[in-house]
Design a protein around this ligand. Structure first.
Ligand SMILES: Cc1cc2nc3c(=O)[nH]c(=O)nc-3n(C[C@H](O)[C@H](O)[C@H](O)COP(=O)(O)OP(=O)(O)OC[C@H]3O[C@@H](n4cnc5c(N)ncnc54)[C@H](O)[C@@H]3O)c2cc1C
Length: 514
């Protein structure tokens, strides 16, 4: 049997990678396996908001909303390249939630905690403010504008994994946990390389089941155990359409069915519209938007914006599955977004912690709570103290939270051959690590093959070496969203190139140099 790890984590979504980072920084030895790509589950399919969740106030989830609001500025500070503040316009719609209710909700939202730099709510006159221009004429006169943050969700996952690995964690992608059993007070976890079929067994003191929507399947399948909390899978979908408005604010739109839908500026040329809430029973890997969901989101947007949004305008869609705690709500949209940490540690035997529920926004607090719960079983190594993840920047995020423009300008000055949009994209993705990609290049040609949409061979090689990228989809849809800007022929050429460039086995490609 090889060396024993302190923790083995099943699942490379935001929760698994967040726990791996925190634990590795505290000095624990960590092993994480992900059966597909990092973030390929729910964590790359969110609305991409670091938010308190205005709607959860209606459900009286004050603990969750406060924790989430407090996290906004903390996460912005540790990852100012991939997280930035965003203003949301909430038009008052006669016949729906009354203006006094919106005002009180936003007053609470502004004052529950954690808002030091984000601007406060204000009231807009939509007849004069540019936010009124894209809306149906004559329908709206007043709106409320409030703050939350935007995040590149898939990159947040990878940067947590990167930092965990930089601090000693072993991160293995395309590696499925197929069985686990307790032997002599330890866990024996059997893994399968999904590309080659090779199997191996590792040992760990503690096992964490962070398999997101698969958490119950892992418990009852690979572990042969019963779940403490039932999981309710609630699917949600988004559509992407050509840009609907020119300004950089987002909209929070109310639907008469009580749901809210966001319309968010996306990847400069597009608007992201979502989401839906639909109970889901099938395989989480097979989730796809339905024609009904596309029609619903198009109708919703068309009822508010002056431009109508039709199914044929949709350029991309994605759909994900929320792994929520079953609280017997009759209605999928009302199920709580709280999380629960279910510890199974019969006396003397190796502990198992299962994560159910949560949000991208609360992943860091969830990781802290998970490690606090496991503290008696793990001991205290000589690492960083609890809470460190709120102070140490994520890779590339070591600059002042309000200095992104300075960073972009600096990169442009250091590499004058980059166009302004290229310098902006690289800074927003890699922050202070962008020069590690560009090296001593003096021209675009020095960056090697060009795959289109400003993606070059140097960048792809960096993603393979440092960010576990193995396929064209990893690069075009998770490490970036360049897939939206590339032609099908460019995406095929990237896929063919990667096929030749990437090692086949998961173990070979997990030897990631820092
Ligand atoms: C439509 C939608 C919108 C959302 N919007 C927001 C938002 O705006 N803000 C916000 O804060 N939250 C949002 N969320 C919630 C958030 O996305 C999720 O709570 C979060 O991503 C869950 O992360 P996770 O790590 O638990 O699960 P996942 O990201 O699914 O990770 C679990 C991983 O485990 C892996 N896995 C499963 N079984 C095995 C196995 N046997 N071996 C190895 N690996 C395995 C899977 O491949 C997967 O990658 C949204 C969710 C949805 C669906």
């Amino acid at each position: 049997m090889p060396d024993i790890h302190d923790l083995a984590i099943i699942g490379g979504g935001i929760n698994g990678c967040g726990i791996a980072r925190d634990a590795a920084g505290r000095g624990h030895s960590v092993f994480l396996c992900e059966m597909d790509d990092l973030g390929s589950g729910t964590s790359s399919r969110s609305t991409k908001l670091i938010h308190g969740g205005l709607r959860y106030l209606e459900q009286f989830d004050f603990r969750l909303v406060r924790e989430s609001l407090l996290e906004r500025e903390t996460l912005w500070r540790i990852a100012p390249h991939i997280i930035h503040p965003m203003r949301f316009v909430l038009p008052h719609q006669p016949g729906l939630r009354p203006a006094w209710m919106l005002r009180i909700g936003l007053l609470i939202y502004d004052n529950l905690g954690g808002r030091r730099h984000l601007p406060a709510t204000r009231t807009l006159n939509l007849k004069t403010d540019p936010a009124g221009a894209p809306l149906k004429p004559g329908t709206y006169s007043t709106a409320f504008e409030y703050s939350d943050c935007w995040v590149d969700d898939a990159r947040l996952v990878v940067l947590n994994a990167r930092d965990a690995a930089d601090r000693g964690a072993v991160v293995r992608t395309r590696t499925r946990a197929i069985a686990a059993k307790r032997v002599d007070g330890e866990w024996r976890l059997t893994l399968e390389d999904v590309t080659t079929g090779t199997r191996e067994t590792i040992a760990a003191r503690v096992l964490i089941n962070a398999a997101g929507p698969w958490v119950e399947r892992v418990l009852t399948g690979s572990l042969g155990m019963q779940a403490e909390h039932r999981v309710r899978l609630v699917e949600g979908a988004h559509i992407v359409v050509p840009r609907l408005f020119e300004h950089d604010r987002a909209y929070l739109l109310q639907n008469p069915d009580g749901r809210v839908v966001f319309a968010i500026p996306y990847e400069h040329d597009f608007t992201l519209i979502g989401t839906t809430d639909r109970d889901y029973q099938a395989d989480p890997a097979a989730t796809e938007i339905t024609t009904g969901e596309i029609a619903y989101l198009c109708e919703m947007a068309s009822s508010v914006f002056a431009t109508s949004v039709r199914a044929q305008d949709v350029v991309w869609t994605y759909s994900g599955v929320r792994p929520l705690i079953e609280d017997s709500s009759s209605d999928a949209k009302s199920v709580s977004r709280e999380y629960s940490l279910d510890l199974d540690a019969p006396s003397g035997s190796a502990p198992l912690l299962s994560i159910v529920g949560g949000k991208i926004t609360t992943y860091r607090k969830l990781a802290e709570a998970a490690l606090e719960k496991l503290d008696p079983h793990l001991g205290r190594p000589q690492g960083l103290a609890a809470g460190w993840t709120g102070n140490e920047p994520l890779p590339g995020g070591d600059f002042a939270f309000d200095a992104i423009d300075t960073q972009i300008a600096q990169l442009g000055r250091a590499y004058p051959f980059l166009s302004p949009s290229h310098a902006l994209r690289l800074t927003r993705a890699y922050g202070t690590r962008a020069p590690a990609i560009l090296g001593s290049a003096e021209s675009l040609q020095d960056l090697g093959t060009s795959f289109g949409a400003s993606l070059t061979e140097r960048e792809v090689r960096y993603l393979i070496a440092h960010e576990w990228a193995r396929t064209a989809d990893d690069v075009a849809w998770r490490r970036s969203k360049l897939g939206l800007h590339m032609t099908p022929a460019e995406r095929s050429a990237l896929a063919a190139w990667m096929n030749d460039a990437v090692p086949r086995s998961a173990a070979a490609s997990s030897a990631v140099p820092t």
